[in-house]
Design a binder for this molecule. Structure first.
Ligand code: AFP
Length: 339
């Protein structure tokens, strides 16, 4: 049997190469992963333990919460607040940053998370996930909202856990992307997908076509050309996939390439996109770019955006380098023609 590398071993070996590493980050990640194993268990048990369905409450985004949105948020907070490694947290489900209770020390890391991404899929037994982003904060100091409003390229770690046919963790600390599969028998994440790389070309696109009438011209042009297939200017056929669970769409693109678009939407200027910068776009962009892909709003790199608001939404286009660069060039041509 080939030797198996556990997540803990993998992280400790990576940290050994860093002169200032104190082991705190490894412990933080362990707590985070423990929370995800608990979530995996709840998601897997589903109707058997009565966790499906609506909680009949609304979150800060005005979206109706599922019972599991609330349960998973609480699991994440409880796994992280006592440890002394975390200075504060921000959750997609809660208005303001979450402070560490007074009885515990405040650590040097800030953790932002979407505890259950794709939760509208939970009741139909499709893949959902947890997304997280880790920033360096100020040890011993209770963070203000401003402390979380940092560009994506300041992240020290980003990852997501996919609750699908297998439970998988995909992780970057800025040194490539690796995938780990949860071995349910021993309760450990095992390294199964080393140094993941996104193919530079692929003929699959992912977009919610029902929003077509609200797209800008460059996105319309790109999708029209894909749909025209071998009869159109691209001279080849494309295929479409849309899971409506960002974690699943990202995982597919990490493995076989393609492009995902939740573009700028002309409906409401105060809501330029659907996906949230701090909980979805930033961590996924860090992962995608570490795997050789490109992430943009169409006009600006996601990782360069200076956040104004902790729940800010952004247009999010990412995937195979050559396809995303084509979409960016359509935006550039459109804007330079004075449109
Ligand atoms: P939910 O967590 O409310 O299900 O939203 C999921 C999501 O934020 C992201 O995971 C999907 O890519 C996207 O929304 C799906 O959007 P549509 O509902 O427009 O298909």
């Amino acid at each position: 049997m080939s030797e198996q590398v556990t997540l803990t071993q993998f992280i400790i070996e990576q940290q050994r190469g860093l002169p200032d590493a104190s082991g705190t980050f490894t412990l933080l990640l362990n707590n985070l992963v423990t929370a995800c194993k608990q979530i995996s268990h709840r998601v897997n048990r589903g109707a058997l333990i009565g966790v499906l369905g609506s909680a009949e409450t609304e979150n800060v985004q005005g979206e109706v919460q599922k019972k599991l949105d609330i349960i998973t948020h609480e699991i994440m907070v409880k796994a992280l607040d006592w440890s002394g490694h975390v200075g504060g947290m921000a959750s997609e489900e809660i208005d303001d940053p979450i402070q560490i209770p007074k009885q515990y020390p405040k650590g040097k890391y800030l953790v932002l998370f979407d505890p259950l991404d794709g939760s509208s899929n939970i009741d139909i037994n499709l893949t959902v996930g947890t997304i997280f982003s880790i920033l360096r904060g100020r040890e011993g100091v209770a963070p203000e909202t401003e402390d979380f409003l940092r560009k994506g390229n300041e992240q020290v770690c980003a990852g997501f856990v996919l609750y699908g046919p297998s439970t998988m963790l995909v992780l970057t600390t800025g040194n490539g992307v690796n995938g780990f599969t949860l071995d349910q028998d021993i309760g450990e994440f095992i390294l199964t997908h080393c140094n993941m790389k996104i193919p530079e070309d692929n003929t699959e696109f992912a977009i919610n076509m029902s929003n077509q009438r609200f797209w800008e011209a460059p996105v319309k042009q790109y999708i029209d050309e894909c749909v025209a297939g071998e009869d159109g200017p691209r001279g080849k056929n494309f295929n479409m996939r849309w899971v409506a669970s960002l974690v699943a769409d990202v995982y597919r693109i990490l493995n076989r390439g393609g492009v995902f678009l939740y573009p700028y939407d002309l409906r409401d200027p105060s809501r330029p996109g659907k996906l949230r910068l701090m909980y979805e776009a930033n961590p996924m962009a860090f992962i995608i770019e570490q795997a050789g892909g490109v992430c943009t709003t169409g006009r600006e790199s996601i990782l360069d955006i200076k956040p104004k608001n902790i729940h800010q939404r952004v247009p999010f286009i990412f995937g195979s380098k050559n396809e995303v660069e084509r979409v960016i060039s359509y935006h550039r041509q459109h804007d330079s023609a004075g449109n």
